[in-house]
Design a protein around this ligand. Structure first.
Ligand SMILES: NC(=O)c1ccc[n+]([C@@H]2O[C@H](COP(=O)([O-])OP(=O)(O)OC[C@H]3O[C@@H](n4cnc5c(N)ncnc54)[C@H](O)[C@@H]3O)[C@@H](O)[C@H]2O)c1
Length: 357
């Protein structure tokens, strides 16, 4: 894939300039065609903070020199940014509850859109944005960087065509900082906000899910102020293929409890049993063992986040979207599965994925 600087530059705007935007900027300054043109946050100081973080972390990258030569403009309103700066695409890195108007303003302006996961906290907002993306006909991408990992892609190729029976996604982690994260209506909680990466990989390997049943509770973080999310979630999933899956997660680990070499801890991971095969799938390494054969190991060979950004910039520049692993419609399907699991736990009932909730 080429994103050569001699080709037309891709002018990028950013809405919501917190930690995730900094992570994207750190990769984008290494992509020759990418231009950091404008930043927007309700708290304008956050735009300057994000630029400072970039200058500090990537002082020598080519894109950082461009930022130094011509500082990106900063805004507090996305419409002002869209009116004042000629952009090709906008990255949306908002707390999940803030999706809606901002995404629609970007699409009304006909700009390509990169949305960080999860695409929404409720299905109405997510589906409305998806319909608008389709109507606008713009390039879209959702930030599921694990899909760009060689360890994931090679394991997926090894399992292609093999009937899968059981797919288990487990994530054991701590409580992220930030006041919005611990409020269900603002983040979606562990299932929708963070374990979305693992659930996305379930879909990647096992296909679409039909229905889900779940239990969730707050039992370990009862002394954390202002927290109303479940700190333990367990769901069972039935896939269209007939395979079944288990989603299990917690955000109740305390610092120092993470075991660095455990695939279940802090990483995105799956355990899969298929016909004549077992597999452990992770962003950094995967292992696939067919009966009677030697186990095959696949390891991460390039930064998947950089590859994800390269694929998006390339698609905006050329119209070739073949490198994008998750567009908005696909990202919505992952959200729908996590949301159905959330509703199933809330209702104590089986919930159809993507149904009329
Ligand atoms: N793919 C990944 O690995 C990954 C990692 C971290 C976060 N994320 C996702 O990125 C998104 C942002 O997370 P974060 O950690 O950067 O959050 P953050 O709290 O650090 O930053 C969010 C920013 O959005 C701003 N904001 C809030 N409402 C706004 C509005 N209406 N208009 C403009 N700005 C607004 C806030 O002021 C803040 O600066 C979330 O969806 C999160 O799930 C993805």
């Amino acid at each position: 894939m080429t994103t050569a600087g001699s080709e037309r530059p891709v002018r990028l705007g950013f809405v919501g300039t917190g930690g995730r935007t900094v992570a994207e900027l750190v990769d984008l300054v290494h992509i020759p065609a990418a231009r950091i043109s404008a930043l927007c946050d309700i708290d304008e100081a956050r735009c300057h903070w994000a630029i400072e973080q970039l200058l500090e972390r990537q002082p020598d990258a080519p894109g950082t020199s461009l930022v130094r030569e011509q500082a990106p403009r900063t805004f507090t309103d996305v419409r002002d940014m869209l009116a004042a700066v000629d952009l090709d695409a906008v990255y949306v890195s908002l707390p999940p509850f803030a999706h809606g108007d901002i995404d629609h303003a970007i699409l009304d302006a006909g700009k390509a859109i990169f949305v960080e996961k999860p695409v929404a906290v409720n299905s109405t907002v997510g589906r409305e944005i998806a319909a608008h993306v389709a109507e606008a006909g713009v390039v879209s991408s959702v930030g599921y960087q694990s899909r760009y990992s060689s360890a994931i892609q090679q394991a997926r190729a090894a399992l292609a065509g093999v009937p899968l029976g059981l797919v288990v996604a487990m994530r054991v982690g701590g409580l992220p900082g930030g006041s919005w994260w611990r409020v269900q209506e603002r983040s979606g909680g562990m299932l929708i906000e963070q374990h979305t990466h693992g659930v996305d990989l379930m879909r990647l390997f096992a296909g679409e899910a039909e229905h889900v049943y779940a239990a969730a509770n707050t039992v370990l973080l009862t002394d954390v102020p202002d927290l109303d999310i479940a700190d333990v979630n367990a769901a069972t999933v039935r896939f269209e293929s007939g395979a079944v899956g288990v989603i299990a997660n917690t955000c109740a680990l305390e610092s120092g409890q993470a075991r660095p070499n455990s695939m279940a801890t802090w990483t995105v991971s799956l355990q899969i049993v298929g016909r004549g095969v077992v597999a452990e799938i992770g962003t950094e390494r995967s292992e696939v063992l067919f009966a009677g054969e030697e186990a095959q190991q696949y390891v991460l060979d390039q930064n998947p986040n950089r590859l994800m950004n390269e694929a998006f910039v390339h698609a905006v520049q050329t119209g070739d979207t073949s490198g994008i692993q998750s567009d908005f419609a696909d990202g919505l399907r992952t959200f729908e599965l996590t949301y159905a699991a959330h509703l199933a736990a809330e209702r104590g009932a089986v919930v159809r994925v993507g149904g009329d909730h």
